[in-house]
Unconditional design. Structure first.
Lengths: 206, 206
DNA sequence: TAGATTGTTAATCGATTAACAATC
DNA sequence: TAGATTGTTAATCGATTAACAATC
């Protein structure tokens, strides 16, 4: 929508706005103020208005924000109005849990295949192909894929990510306990459970 | 160790230092400079030194840092030298994946039990009790438990967290797609996969 | 009209970066 | 000694907060 550089700090809050607006919407609430949003999300009203203003003026002075309008705007800003295809690489426990993760539907993401070096143990699921990693090149050349979900051991995470990137994948969702980062128009989000657990223990040790 | 307030920004980096130091240690590297750390972690050397100075001077002017010494110091700062017990609440796909998550050993965390409203479908795992949620009160009164891992649906996440908190649990590791936060000496880390996926899609849509 | 609330600019705050004396 | 590198203070930068005119 806009092309000024949005800070990581703001990007972190965008999904929270969207989630809250969905809640309001399903409660049939029609209007909301920056004050109300700020209270619910534990931030300041100034911050809410500043954040939203990065993408345009969605409110009405003296009135507030129209819930449905702002929800749709946020959905578009986040890119959730478009359908995205994904493959899972690594059929271990996390990989398996991800394949059947129901939340994908909310984000308009469709998992089309799961790859592993050893496919026999993998449960088949309707709509999801189970393939050997050796099929990766062939599969990606035939099936446009937006997101690769990396759930292999940390030793293989980087090389697998690079392999799919070289095959044209532009988004990496990484679950291996290692920070991946690529330049060149490739985006990456790391879910590092191990780091999160360490932070929890750190905080609980004070 | 220290009791000045450490910013969330610094806390986020602590596990990364520790992880890197473990790597150096297993490669038999004995000394490291803030410059080398900063390059590996994609931050500045100033930041590394500032961060470490929050907890004390671990280096030697002109020489750098002793890897083993700094690694041990970080381990202690993070609280990983002490054993922690945990229970998993919710035996769905994520819960099941977590029970057998190997990474717990690295953080000195031991999962002792998993609770669900319906326990028949749950695989038993050596050392992990499978119990009905109705046993929660009884179990926690008998077994000192540091961490509750919440992997129930978002509708039940807050109430389950409050229930274990009222029973004395002080740390919540939340996997439900909702932000939990408690005052009163209770710490919480949220792993919000849904938000992470939205941020990935946002970034890929630019 | 009076009250509420936005969009927007200015002030404040905190985190990052730069600089450098001390020292190995 | 010369080069490297810390601990630490000062400068810079960016994000958050405050303030307020415009307006419904």
């Amino acid at each position: 929508m806009e092309n000024k550089q949005i800070s990581e700090r703001v990007i972190e809050r965008l999904p929270k706005y969207y989630r809250y607006l969905k809640d309001l919407s399903s409660s049939q609430i029609e209007r909301v103020s920056s004050k109300t949003i700020s209270t619910a999300l534990n931030i300041t009203a100034s911050q809410v208005r500043q954040d939203l203003m990065h993408f345009g003026g969605f409110g009405q002075t003296g009135i507030g924000y129209d819930v449905e309008f702002l929800k749709s705007a946020m959905q578009e800003i986040l890119g959730l109005n478009k359908r995205h295809t994904a493959i899972v690489i690594g059929g271990g426990r996390i990989g398996q849990a991800l394949i059947s993760y129901k939340g994908f539907a909310d984000e308009n993401v469709f998992v089309t295949a799961v790859f592993d070096v050893e496919t026999e143990h993998l449960k088949t699921l309707s709509g999801v192909s189970v393939l050997n990693v050796s099929e990766l090149e062939n599969y990606l050349s035939l099936n446009k894929t937006d997101i690769a979900i990396i759930s292999v051991q940390k030793e293989y995470a980087e090389q697998m990510a690079k392999r799919v990137i070289s095959l044209g994948v532009k988004s990496i969702w990484n679950f291996a306990p290692i920070d991946l980062n690529f330049g060149d128009g490739v985006v990456c989000e790391n879910i590092n459970m191990s780091e999160s657990l360490m932070r929890l223990i750190y905080k609980s040790s004070r």
